[in-house]
Design a protein around this ligand. Structure first.
Ligand code: NAD
Length: 550
């Protein structure tokens, strides 16, 4: 059966299912893959990272997985010596893919020509960040499925447009956060939402490293990288727009500079430094494990404290993101010291600590909490884990993410392991961090307008009001834990608290209670007394705590 018959049949099927499918153009109608049908891949932006995608596809080809490296695009002719002799750039990559370098239809500096090829099924986008959204949207509108490198886009508005384009065109898209192929994060989410960790308060992650030459300056530049071998205008993208803005600066604003081209991560017009390059990996998997998506409020801090080498982006950065689900995420990095903060999720009854690092974690361990605590010096919780998950998966996570993506392409399933919806939420978090850092303002996420707005006092005011009214805590998405680890059990003497109205002691029978006040435990004797009167409650909580490991 000819390909277009498959298209037509499937299009008719999908249009019968839902009204949204009626908006599909013929080009974007989902294709049905026959058992032996090949999936043709076009690589757009074949620099350093894309060589790993080419490796995966060539490996799959060896394994008779019916994938074909079909076309390549780059604005740079390339250098066969780079990339440990594998080469990088247009012509060396075409050669690696077994494509005739003189075939101008399948080897091009202009991605639009490649997307016009009807035989291209999948666009793999690994250009610098400022091109991700424009290319993803164009590819999906041309009826291609998309594997796009992280960060999904360069701006928040673009991320929303990519989500809309993916939904509208019904294309399959994976965002290249390969750690999403690691089952540790889903396993952690199942544990957390079951309530065994108690109310979830805080997650933390980091991406610390150190390089003498200045972060990202390790991408080499050579004399051959010049205006003849690089299409500078096409790199900048000033003639292209996305989400109502030009995607890149003009050559007047940024004249040709091989260091800007090769080390674009150091400059705001092309990326977001550590925030978007590195935090996005950690944020994607941490928010999926914690059961949150868009933050309610974000503050970004940091600065350039050492790397004064002409860069725009900070060498120390931290984001604090707060969520309507009643919890917080801390993401931190410096590029001048490689000791990590550690990745963990803190709940009322325990702390889930992720072990190992890299694309595949070793797994996680859960440590119970001593809720009897009371005021004390900072210290660690219990010595031994009450629960351990060991991740059996190892190897090449990029391969695994591709395998899942291609399965979804064949099955016409939009729920890849790394969807654009998740990609947009993670990207928005870190990009709000950039915006907050650069403007000096805290930001709220406006859910209905789908954009950040300046924060004000309403966040704290709202929570303070909830406290006064003795409200209930909010919980993470999919919470199944009921009240487990989510209640405050006030000491008996709290009955004595409350405002004295008309001189009446609130603890006397018949006194009006107008608000709940907080205890004012200020010295060690009072603390000891408080602990004694709570002993019954605490032993009950301890029993619960033991149950947390079951
Ligand atoms: N998932 C991961 O672990 C991982 C690792 C590294 C990089 N990345 C991501 O991959 C992307 C590429 O990073 P990199 O390190 O390979 O950068 P790179 O600079 O080595 O490669 C980018 C390539 O895109 C080309 N390019 C620029 N504009 C283009 C255009 N308009 N059309 C076609 N080609 C164009 C450049 O010439 C270059 O060859 C980035 O978004 C980065 O965040 C992801």
């Amino acid at each position: 059966m000819a390909k277009n018959e498959f298209n037509r049949r499937n299009f008719l099927q999908t249009s019968a299912i839902g009204a949204s499918a009626l908006s599909l153009s013929a080009a974007s109608a989902a294709r049905v893959y026959g058992a032996n049908e090949k999936i043709n891949i076009a690589f757009l932006g074949v620099g350093g990272r894309c060589q790993q995608h080419v490796d995966v596809i060539l490996q799959m080809q060896k394994e008779n997985k019916n994938v074909v490296p079909f076309a390549v695009c780059d604005v740079w002719d390339g250098d066969p010596k780079l990339g440990n002799g594998k080469g990088r750039g247009l012509y060396p990559t075409a050669e690696r893919c077994g494509i005739n370098v003189n075939d101008k239809t399948r080897v091009s500096r202009d991605y639009r020509k490649i997307l016009e090829l009807k035989d291209v099924d999948v666009a793999c986008i690994a250009t610098p960040d400022h091109w991700h959204a424009r290319m993803s949207i164009d590819a999906m509108n041309a009826g291609k499925d998309v594997y796009c490198e992280k960060p999904m886009t360069r701006t928040i508005a673009e991320a929303q447009e990519v989500v809309d384009a993916a939904k509208k065109s019904n294309r399959v898209m994976s965002v290249g956060v390969q750690s999403m192929a690691d089952p540790t994060w889903t396993e952690a989410y199942d544990y957390v939402r079951s309530g065994k960790l108690g109310k979830v308060f805080q997650g933390q992650t980091s991406y610390y490293r150190n390089y003498l030459g200045g972060q990202w300056r390790y991408y080499p530049i050579t004399k051959e990288m010049n205006p003849k071998t690089i299409d500078w205008e096409m790199f900048l993208g000033n003639k292209f727009e996305c989400a109502g803005a030009k995607i890149g600066p003009s050559s007047k604003e940024v004249p040709f500079d091989r260091a800007v081209w090769a080390q674009w991560r150091c400059y705001w017009p092309f990326g977001g430094g550590m925030f978007t390059d590195l935090f996005v990996h950690q944020t994607t998997h941490l928010i999926s494990a914690m059961g949150v998506r868009y933050p309610a409020r974000v503050i970004g801090g940091g600065g350039i404290y050492l790397e004064y080498d002409g860069r725009d982006v900070p060498d120390v950065a931290t984001i604090v993101a707060d969520y309507d689900e009643g919890c917080q995420v801390i993401i931190s990095a410096t590029m001048c010291n490689d000791t990590q903060l550690g990745e963990m999720i803190r709940g009322r009854l325990g702390t889930l600590k992720f072990t190992g690092g890299g694309d595949y974690m070793k797994g996680f361990e859960v440590y119970g909490q001593n809720i009897a605590g009371g005021p004390a010096k900072p210290k660690e919780g219990f010595d031994k884990p009450i629960h351990t998950f060991t991740n059996e998966k190892a190897g090449n996570a990029t391969y695994a993410l591709w395998a899942n993506f291609l399965d979804c392409v064949k099955a016409r399933k939009r729920e890849t392991l790394s969807t654009p919806e998740l990609g947009a939420a993670a990207f928005t978090t870190v990009a709000m961090g950039v915006q907050s850092y650069r403007t000096g303002k805290g930001l709220f996420w406006d859910k209905s307008a789908r954009k950040p707005i300046d924060a004000d006092s309403s966040w704290a005011t709202k929570l303070e009001a909830r406290s006064k009214q003795g409200g209930k805590p909010s919980q993470i998405i999919g919470w199944q834990g009921g009240d487990n680890g989510s209640v405050v059990v006030p000491p008996d003497y709290m009955k004595l608290g409350g405002p004295w109205i008309n001189g009446q002691d609130p603890s006397e029978p018949g006194a009006k209670k107008t608000s709940i006040s907080t205890p004012n435990v200020s010295n060690e004797t009072e603390v000891a007394e408080a602990s004694n009167s709570r002993s019954g409650i605490l032993s009950k909580l301890r029993r619960k705590l033991k149950g947390a490991g079951e």
